[in-house]
Design a protein around this ligand. Structure first.
Ligand code: FE
Length: 195
């Protein structure tokens, strides 16, 4: 039985931060500490949010009712990767299982390929950030060739509804997309009968 109380505690702590009206940078920094605690132990993610699909999956774990933050389980099968994309809201990535590689990109002049930069290899328990205006464009992939990897992402908005961009790897051309989510259900945080 998943220890859903850990997920509930995270959601409640993030909600309190949002209610306190701390600035975006402080919200992201405090969220990073909370996410580090959440991914430090791997006993709370419901199995339904860990299922590998034919392409990478993004299971919504919780969206704040006022859409001030959202939490998503990203599940990568071997060889699966995102397009080069932006976020336009702050984000946090915490590695729960396996390992992933995030390569930062910088856009060049129109018609030229985006330039890859640093590749951050994220290992279990580690947390990375994306920030609009400075470190917002990247490509993320499973770093393991023979096993799934799972990372838990927290964003400063309802990420599945944000109108953002994927970039062509050859021409750099931006294409608008809205990612949505991979399932129509979210974990039940509110049954306290199990503790
Ligand atoms: Fe991303």
């Amino acid at each position: 039985m998943a220890r859903i109380d850990r997920l509930r505690d995270f959601v409640q702590a993030m909600t309190r931060l949002a209610d306190a009206g701390v600035g975006e940078a402080a919200f992201q920094a405090a969220g990073a500490a909370l996410l580090r605690d959440l991914v430090a132990v791997d006993d709370w993610l419901p199995d339904a949010c860990a299922v590998v699909g034919p392409r990478y999956r993004q299971y919504l774990l919780h969206c704040d009712p006022a859409e001030r933050f959202s939490l998503v389980s990203f599940v990568w099968g071997p060889g699966q990767r995102t397009p080069i994309h932006d976020h336009l809201v702050w984000g946090l990535v915490g590695q729960l299982r396996g390992e992933e590689c995030a390569t930062e990109y910088r856009l060049g002049p129109p018609g030229t390929p985006p330039q890859p930069g640093r590749c951050d290899r994220l290992r279990r328990g580690e947390v990375a950030m994306v920030t609009p205006g400075s470190h917002d464009i990247h490509l993320v992939e499973n770093a393991l060739a023979d096993a799934p990897s799972i990372s838990i992402h927290c964003y400063g908005g309802n990420i599945g509804a944000v109108r953002r961009h994927a970039f062509d790897p050859v021409t750099g051309e931006a294409q608008e997309f809205v990612s949505g989510y991979s399932a129509d259900t979210v974990p039940n945080l509110w049954d306290r009968s199990a503790g």
